[in-house]
Design a protein around this ligand. Structure first.
Ligand code: ADP
Ligand code: G6P
Length: 471
């Protein structure tokens, strides 16, 4: 593979293992914030993307996609078990999300994490041209910056964490905590979603590694590692264009009819993940139905919960519980031809998502903890009509930007019910006013703004940022 001047390294490629035998593939927007954020940026740029194609065994040779080189990393069944399902998604993911589920610690998983991180670092070293910028993404690959610096001291290394970075009291649980921090500190610039995360990280570097640290700079030997908050975003123009497409408008109209033309449609779109607060939301909705504050004939709830990480025990349990609860609610409150909740667990394409967003009078985004939450931003972008009401958890990174949403603490069941009721009763003038403020914010803080901020900070010549964020 020809070397590239910009290399993105992420656990997942934006394609799955269903590529054709000749290696031909399409951009598959796999459900998840990371792919959604990076996909519109890299298209038609001279970049390479190093990642896992989702299968087991040999890495497929993938054709370029929209001019971006795809370098697949091979993972064995043990690698997937110990790295992806184990240390990444059963240790770090719950720990970094306030331990809303119990993190598990196994020595074998740590070995797998190191092994797979080394393989990603080697692959990145192979495809980076001399002096390239290598941008490592997310919690699966926190050791890659340190490993890559040893292999390729000539490259400039960025690291961006898409998920929250926990407070020191929680992080201190981690058995291999110092190694994980040291791995991240191999980067020249470490980006977080929120200033609080950068602060947590700097505190830990001082406490655990005894390094001189502020929230902006950490001194590691003769290097200075910069740290900062760079809230990730979406391609607003792309979502707006989709939402305006006549076939999308027509589909939204048809779907509303299929839902029985109710007065109000409440929508939630999540990966099936225990951080998303799906069970709390269902409970609130069920109590609103039981008390008669919401009536099935007037209001319909649509819950999209796309299947995710299905081999991880906590995800299997969650899915069973959610499906049982949806069944119970529909059994109790539904009527013939009028279910109380429409539950869908499959992936949608972007145009379908845009149509769903256009159908939703109320969008309920109520995670217990979320690094950012791009669904909330997609909803706002899709409301080209200026209507629609967003109910948003205080614990999503997005809440720092969308202060005009109906903000809610999803742990507070009464508060959640009250906020949903307020959203259902919002006057058109109030709703439009709030939506306008959020759309204005998003317009100046879209994905290009994010990339520009981050890459100018990483590459002080500014040339990379200019190339990536135009066109
Ligand atoms: P996370 O990164 O935790 O999954 P985000 O809300 O930041 O949460 O990002 C989720 C992304 O996945 C969004 O871009 C959303 O459109 C996409 N997505 C969610 N559900 C589906 C689905 N059923 N089909 C396709 N894409 C989905
Ligand atoms: C979140 C993570 C991403 C991940 C995505 C989907 O957005 O931050 O790194 O890719 O969820 O999860 P998956 O396990 O399917 O890659």
């Amino acid at each position: 593979m020809r070397p590239s001047s910009l290399v993105v390294v992420a656990n997942r490629l934006p394609v799955d293992d269903s590529v054709a035998p000749d290696g031909a593939c399409e951009w598959r927007r796999s459900p998840g914030g990371l792919v959604s954020a990076l996909h519109p940026l890299l298209r038609h740029k001279p970049a390479a993307w190093v990642g896992w194609a989702g299968g087991i065994g040999d890495a497929p040779a993938l054709a370029d996609i929209d001019g971006v080189r795809m370098r697949a990393v091979a993972l064995s069944a043990e690698d997937v078990r110990d790295h992806y399902e184990g240390f990444a998604n059963a240790t770090l993911w719950p720990l970094f999300h306030d331990s809303v589920e119990q993190p598990s610690y196994h020595r074998r998983w740590w070995e797998g994490y190191q092994r797979v991180n080394r393989r990603f670092a080697e692959a990145a070293a192979e495809v980076a041209e001399p002096g390239a910028v290598v941008w490592v993404q997310d919690y699966h690959l926190q050791l890659v910056p340190g490993m890559l610096r040893e292999l390729r001291p000539d490259v400039r290394i960025g690291f961006f964490l898409h998920v929250p970075f926990p407070p020191p009291e929680l992080f201190m649980q981690l058995p291999r905590r110092a190694e994980l921090l040291t791995g991240m500190l191999g980067a020249d610039l470490i980006g977080f979603q929120r200033a609080q995360a950068a602060h947590n990280f700097a505190q830990l570097a001082a406490k655990l590694l005894d390094l001189p640290a502020t929230d902006q700079r950490i001194v590691v030997g003769d290097r200075v590692v910069r740290v900062g908050a760079f809230p990730v975003s979406i391609d607003m123009a792309e979502m707006e264009a989709l939402a305006r497409r006549p076939d999308v408008v027509e589909r939204a109209r048809r779907w509303r009819g299929d839902l029985g033309d109710p007065q109000r449609v409440i929508l939630s779109v999540d990966r099936m993940d225990y951080t998303k607060g799906i069970e709390q939301r269902l409970k609130a909705y069920s109590e609103l139905l039981a008390s008669g504050q919401v009536k099935v004939r007037d209001t319909v709830m649509v819950q999209v919960a796309v299947r995710s990480r299905e081999r991880v025990g906590q995800y299997q349990i969650l899915r069973e519980r959610v499906e049982r609860e949806v069944g119970r609610i529909n059994g109790e409150f539904g009527r013939v031809g009028e279910p109380a909740i429409h539950y869908l667990n499959h992936p949608f394409d972007r145009a379908e998502l845009a149509a769903l967003y256009r159908v939703a009078d109320i969008m309920a985004v109520t995670p217990l903890r979320d690094g950012m939450n791009l669904v909330a931003k997609e909803y706002v972008a899709a409301r080209v009509d200026g209507d629609g009401v967003l109910v948003l958890s205080e614990f999503a990174g997005t809440a720092a930007e969308f202060t005009r949403a109906f903000l809610v603490n999803p742990h507070d069941l009464e508060g959640l019910k009250q906020t949903l009721t307020q959203a259902l009763r919002a006057t058109p003038a109030d709703a439009t006013d709030r939506m306008r403020a959020m759309r204005d914010h998003l317009r100046t803080h879209d994905i290009r703004h994010w990339a520009h901020l981050y890459l100018t900070a990483l590459d002080d010549t500014g040339s990379l940022a200019a190339r990536l964020t135009t066109g």
